[in-house]
Design a protein around this ligand. Sequence first.
Ligand SMILES: [Zn+2]
Length: 226
Amino acid sequence: MIASTRRIAACALAAALCLFLCFGLSAVSAAKASPASRPVVVLDAGHGGIDPGVVGTDTGVRESELNLSVVKILEELFAEAGFCVVLTRTGAGGLYGLPVGSCKQRDMQARRRIIEESRPNIVLSIHQNTFPADRSRRGGQVFYRQGDAAARTLAEGIQRQLNALGGGRYEPLAGDYYVLNCTRYTSVIVECGFLSNPQEEALLCTEGYRRSLARAVFYGALAFFA
Ligand SMILES: [Zn+2]
C-alpha cells in the first residue's frame, strides 16, 4: 500500500517536473482506475530537439519523430489498459533546456530523473536502428541490461512479438547503454526497425505500421505482467 501510494506521488512529481521543464517534455496520463493497483510504465522517446538520432536513408525521416509517434500510440494503449503512464518527452524538443553546452548529458540526466521520480515497474526506451553496411538487415531488436533477469524476461516478451511482425528473427541482446544502466528499474531499449533498409523505412513512415509495432511492444510488455 505504501509502495503504491509512493508510485502515484511519483507520477505527480514527474508531472510537476514536466511543467517546470518548459519545453513540453514530459506528461502523465490521467488516472481512471484505482491508483493502488496501477503499475507504472515510463515511455522514453529517444533523441529529440537538436538530436534527430538516425535519419532515413531514402526519405530523410528523423528517428526522433518516429520514436515519439510510436510512444504516443503506446501511451494510449497502456493508459487504456489501466497503467499509470509517464513520458520522458511529449514534444519534438529534447530535455536539455537551451541548446548550449553539454546538451546530450543534460538530456540523458533529465531522462534519468524522470525515471527515478516515477518509480516505474518498467521502462521502454523507443529507438530506430541503422546498418548502412548491409541494407538488407531489418526487423526489431530489443536490448536489456546484462545480468538483469527481469529486464531479460521483459525483452524476450517484446522480442517475440516483434519477430512475429516478420521483419527479422532475433534474440534479445544484453546492451551497455546509459538508459539501461542509469537506474535500478526494469528497463529495455526497443529498436523498432532499420532506417537503412528501404522497405522498412517505407513501412516505418506509415501510421498503420507504427500502430502494428506499438501493439507488438505493448502485448510483449503485457506478457511480463502476466
Ligand atoms: Zn536512437
